[in-house]
Design a protein around this ligand. Structure first.
Ligand code: GLU
Length: 599
């Protein structure tokens, strides 16, 4: 059933890497780097070159013992070095994150936050850690409103100090290492320090994003000096050194996260935020000093006999992915296959129903009551699923009434998330699995750079408005609160053992990207490379987004006939998936620069 579509996907992926493409959005949606791209990433190991070639051919990478999939070959190599030496997935994550902050600085780093899902082979338990940024204690619900109470324009809020939340990533790295690491902490920074001090090759994606954001990057001295040396944007292939970042990593390696949260680095972060020209923020030393990673209860939802486990509030990721899958469960997606408009009607409307609930109910559950159990309760999902029993697109989609013991009188959320972010999937030789989505929010975050890394703009994931129609919005700003996220690091288990590790960047489209990849693997039997490469069809709020330049665009007419408004556009996910079976199989999103590596 799926073969025609799968074939087209493989051909498109191969074609995208072989021919230069014209339109910018097409370029953005497709692999920006050529196959066997040792040239564009500098000198890579033969395994990394082979992994790039596999990706270009549409094939998964196979391995016996361990695997790491990350958004840049240099970062995947750093993780592979740790895993090869007997490190755990938590150890490898530290090394991967340290390199990602250097080579993919626009997406994640020490100045950002992350969510991590861990499967422990010894205890067979899933643990989720919340390393999300917090709003400063001095933040007020009107943080992103002008003096008349009107919401700021998005980029007026993003660029500068106002949007910067207390970073969580360094604390999360240390917490994961303390819980599950085996390697010596300082050794995990070796690759990143060497690359920072000796230089790394600027990737095509980094160069094109710098060129596209040059005006904003030029506003702050240290940021401009790094990304636009002499006023000229970095180019792909440039050798770039970041000695300030090397020094920061040396400090982190030697002294642990205290150097970041209470030492000189903390002072520099606070100073950059509070003195940001034109848009100073309110972050203070106390916010860094009291920052803590929170362990949260994992959210697990059954689907096709498996358990799909991920990150609960303040992320909407696992709840919304779980709702989509839970609503689809009664329908025969396997029988329909990925070519059938009917499959996408069901998927798109399930997603719209999930997004309606997400906008109404999900926020930081330490600050507002969230009906976490109610949103994925079987009876509730069954009732929502019954709404899909139709022959046409749903005309109106409204939030449901999940069971809850608190009175709920929320208004629908308003917050905009534009894609940057990175996802890391790792399986180690002991059988542990790690899924982490990591971000500084917008590409290049707040554009403020301190000691070689960028500060996030995560606070703009809050709703800028506090109320709508007289009711409060759950995801409004509050001191110490964590902004709602869409990040959906996921581990799928069958009979208690992991079968798929997956996640993606992509703003709120993360949710349908991840849900679709799970459907592609579990219902349509696609291997992880084919599953991540499968063209995207995304519906969150009514309009159906179809991925430009792919077979998805062929579904335009049937979807219009079903009653959807359709928009053909770039859909730049960054999915990284590892399937666990007799062997490990890895897939890296052809829309970005990453690879899966294993032995
Ligand atoms: N800041 C977003 C979130 O936490 C992620 C942004 C992205 O994926 O690009 O949901």
């Amino acid at each position: 059933m799926a073969h025609g579509f799968r074939f087209v996907v493989a051909v498109l992926c191969a074609a995208a890497t072989a021919f230069p493409v014209g339109a910018q959005d097409v370029a953005d949606a497709q692999a920006p780097e050529a196959a066997g791209a040792g040239v564009v990433f500098g000198s890579l190991s033969p395994a990394a070159d082979a992994a790039l070639a596999s990706k270009a051919a549409g094939d998964p990478v196979f391995s016996e013992n361990w695997m790491v999939a990350a958004a840049n070959p240099l970062a995947a190599e750093a993780g592979a070095d740790v895993l090869r030496a007997g490190g755990t997935a938590a150890d490898a994550m530290v090394a991967v994150q340290a390199v990602l902050g250097l080579v993919e600085p626009q997406s994640s780093g020490l100045g950002g936050g992350a969510f991590l899902v861990w499967y422990d082979a010894a205890t067979k338990e899933v643990t989720t850690l919340d390393g999300r940024e917090t709003a400063p204690l001095a933040a007020r619900p009107t943080l992103f409103q002008d003096k008349d109470g009107a919401p700021l324009q998005f980029f007026d809020a993003v660029v500068g100090g106002l949007s910067v939340g207390t970073p969580g990533t360094p604390a999360l790295m240390a917490e994961a290492h303390a819980r599950w690491g085996r390697a010596d902490w300082p050794l995990l920074f070796g690759d990143a320090i060497a690359l920072a001090e000796e230089g790394f090759t600027v990737s095509p994606r980094l160069a094109s994003l710098v060129a596209g954001d040059a005006e904003r990057l030029s506003r702050f001295g240290p940021t401009a000096a790094y990304f636009l040396p002499g006023g000229v944007p970095l180019e792909a292939g440039d050798l770039l050194r970041n000695p300030a970042y090397g020094q920061t990593l040396r400090s982190l390696a030697a002294h642990g996260p205290a150097t970041f949260y209470t030492g000189e680095i903390a002072h520099d972060i606070v100073s950059a935020v509070r003195t940001a020209a034109g848009n100073p923020g309110v972050l203070d030393l106390i916010d860094l000093a009291i920052y803590e990673v929170k362990e949260r209860a994992p959210v697990c939802v059954p689907y096709r006999g498996a358990d799909v486990c991920g990150m609960g509030p303040p992320s909407s990721g696992a709840l919304s992915v779980g709702q989509i899958l839970g609503m689809l469960e009664p329908y025969d997606l396997a029988g329909l296959g990925p070519d059938a408009p009917e499959a996408w009607r069901l998927f798109g409307d399930a997603s719209r129903l999930a997004f309606a609930d997400r906008g109404r109910f999900i926020a930081d559950s330490d600050f507002v009551p969230v009906p976490t159990q109610g949103l994925v309760a079987p009876a509730y999902l069954q009732a929502r699923s019954a709404l899909l029993d139709s022959n046409t697109a749903l005309e109106a989609v409204t939030p449901g009434a999940p069971e809850f013991d608190h009175a709920l009188n929320w208004a629908d959320d308003e917050s905009l998330e534009l894609p940057s972010t990175s996802h890391v999937s790792i399986v180690d030789t002991y059988g542990n699995a790690l899924s982490m989505t990591t971000t500084i929010e917008n590409a290049f975050g707040s554009r403020l750079m301190v000691r070689g890394f960028l500060l996030n703009n995560e606070l703009t994931d809050f709703s800028f408005r506090t109320h709508a129609d007289g009711a409060p919005i759950a995801n409004r700003v509050a001191p110490g609160k964590r902004p709602r996220s869409s990040m959906a690091p996921t581990i799928v288990l069958r009979d208690g053992a992991p079968v798929l590790v997956v996640g993606s960047p992509g703003g709120s489209r993360i949710i349908p990207y991840v849900a679709k990849t799970i459907v592609a693997h579990l219902d349509w039997g696609l291997d992880p490379q084919a599953a991540v490469a499968l063209p995207h069809l995304v519906n969150r709020f009514g309009t159906y987004d179809l991925e430009v330049g792919t077979a998805a665009a062929a579904l335009e007419e049937p979807l219009v006939d079903l009653g959807y408004e359709v928009n053909i556009r770039a859909l730049t996910s960054g999915l990284h998936a590892i399937a666990l079976g007799e062997q490990l199989q890895g897939g890296a999103d052809p829309r970005r620069e990453g690879i899966a590596l294993g032995e």
